[in-house]
Design a protein around this ligand. Sequence first.
Ligand SMILES: [Cu+2]
Length: 153
Amino acid sequence: MKPISFAVAMAIVAFPAAAATYRTAGLEVSNPWSRPAAAGTTGAGYMSLANLKTRPDALVRVESPVAERVEMHSSSMAGGVMRMAKLERTPLGPGARQAFAPGGHHLMFIRLKRPLAAGDKLPATLVFQSGARLTVEFVVGTGLGAPAAHAGH
Ligand SMILES: [Cu+2]
């Protein structure tokens, strides 16, 4: 059985190589991913967001049928303590890219309606100031980034 479990582990670790890219109206989301989480708790969302247009835009809201609500947060280290702040919007200047990553800017899926297991897909719709809407799937993976970033939630 060993070779099989090794293959499964490799598939999970390697999923960013098969990263999905979503585009609409000059906006691009690549490699949306999340972490395993229990129902009723808070899940995290990570991705790379780009504004390919020559005009500014902003991510103003995120909706998901799988969570009670979705928030945008920033995180920073202050005196060895990770602090998070809720953001009302994520501005995207012309040509700008914004990473959502562990320890930085991220999405929080508050009060998950179902558990997230590795391999699951978590649907969410990103709503922009320009009126553009982009529905993406956050792929639930393991073994990436800083593990305890959301211990305080
Ligand atoms: Cu947070």
